[in-house]
Design a protein around this ligand. Structure first.
Ligand code: MTE
Ligand code: MO
Length: 381
């Protein structure tokens, strides 16, 4: 007697071109570029913010706009990667139904590395996106985890590219025989999908990039910050009230400078010292940036008065009672740069409390988090 064969689990079958390897290769190329830009600019940001001891004296304070460009690219490439990742996952998701589930040890490892890569990519884009809107709905600290998972992503991505190298090469060129063969298949047009995706990437970029690329600020509809919005036409991340620095008295505030010849100096005396005006951006790690004209005293003049040796580093302490950005250090390259100021004014006006009254640091080519506000003390190290 013949037994009836067991019912087959219905597995969707995918034949359309939108799920073929050529589509996966083309979208993968775009996504690869976005991830590479995001990773390199992320490394730059990490090194500038948390430099290993040996690099501190080597960090360049020029070009003055360097960090602004690099972090603008970081957030823009990460944002562009979101539609690209969604499209890429949609293109390849039929592989989830591949039979048999595991063909060999090698195949199992390959699938595991893809799972790690997808999880890392989703985590990086999601956590980065929430970070730029300053929402931290998780118990861990964003920076170290975002940084560590970036390495997982890049490692798994390299494995993926190596494993898929034959497929990628075969489908790289429009004129390759494999791609021509695919063109014979029925199904919706691949070009429409790619054009739609390009339009989506262009649109999300256009409505967000104005937060750092000010010529496009008119189109900045979806970015969390607008470069013009804030006291004195400059955004604020941490207000004086949030930092608990309120009611600072201009008459009683004194800046302490420690070093071989320590001294204290009040606001009136600072204003009587040679004033310099520089045009420098605040470039926040969250992607927004805005240039302003800052006026104040050169840090190097203040350090020389304390008898600081030429190679000395500087520690800056804020009036803020606690907070991750209360204490900041800078290497001698920044401390000696003539553009690095203890700023007292912004665009000609006295700093408002939210921008760091009575005095804040402004230095070229530095992450916004290191532009310490409400300065209380300079320590020559
Ligand atoms: N003391 C102190 N300084 C600080 C901060 C802070 O929280 N405390 N925030 C930093 C961050 S994250 C940025 S982006 C800039 C923003 O400067 P602004 O508020 O003047 O635009 O200030 C920096 N200086
Ligand atoms: Mo920031």
């Amino acid at each position: 007697m013949r037994l009836p064969s067991p019912p087959r689990v219905p597995v969707p079958s995918f034949t359309a071109r939108l799920h073929d390897p050529r589509t996966a290769t083309v979208i993968g190329r775009w996504l690869g570029i976005a991830v590479a830009v995001c990773f390199v600019t992320g490394l730059i940001s990490h090194v500038l913010q948390h430099p290993p001891e040996a690099l501190v004296p080597l960090l360049p304070s020029r070009p003055a706009w360097g960090y602004r460009l690099s972090q603008g690219l970081h957030v823009a490439s990460g944002t562009a990667a979101i539609p690209l990742l969604v499209a890429k996952l949609w293109t390849v998701y039929p592989k989830l139904f591949a039979q048999p589930v595991v063909r060999s040890v090698r195949h199992a490892l390959e699938r595991l590395s893809v799972a790690a890569m997808v999880a890392a990519a989703v985590f990086e884009l999601f956590s980065g996106l929430l970070n730029i809107v300053q929402w931290y709905p998780w118990p861990f600290s964003f920076v170290p985890v975002h940084f560590a998972v970036a390495w997982v992503l890049v490692g798994a991505l390299l494995v993926h590219v190596a494993v898929k190298a034959p497929d990628i090469t075969a489908h790289w060129s429009r004129r390759s025989p494999e791609v021509r063969a695919l063109a014979a298949a029925d199904g919706p047009d691949r070009r429409s999908l790619l054009a739609g995706l390009a339009a989506a990437v262009g649109a999300v970029t256009l409505v967000t990039v104005g937060q750092s690329f000010t010529p496009l600020k008119r189109f900045d509809l979806l970015a969390p910050r607008h470069p013009d919005r804030g006291p004195q036409a400059l955004p604020v991340n941490r207000t004086a009230a949030a930092a608990g620095v309120t009611g600072v008295s201009a008459g009683r505030w004194r800046l302490a400078v420690t070093g071989p010849r320590p001294y204290e100096i009040g606001l009136a005396e600072l204003r009587a010292m040679p004033q310099h005006t520089v045009t420098l951006p605040i470039a926040c790690v969250e992607g927004w940036s805005r240039s302003a004209e800052w006026t104040g005293v050169r840090i190097r003049d203040l350090l020389e008065r304390a008898g600081a040796p030429p190679g000395a580093r500087l520690r800056v302490v804020s009036l803020e009672g606690h907070g991750a950005y209360r204490v900041m250090e800078m290497g001698q390259g920044y401390a000696r740069d003539p553009l690095t100021l203890l700023a007292l004014r912004i665009n000609g006006e006295v700093l408002s409390p939210d921008h760091g009254f009575p005095a804040r640091i402004i230095a070229p080519n530095r992450p916004g988090v290191l532009q310490t506000k409400w300065v209380a003390r300079l320590e020559v190290l």
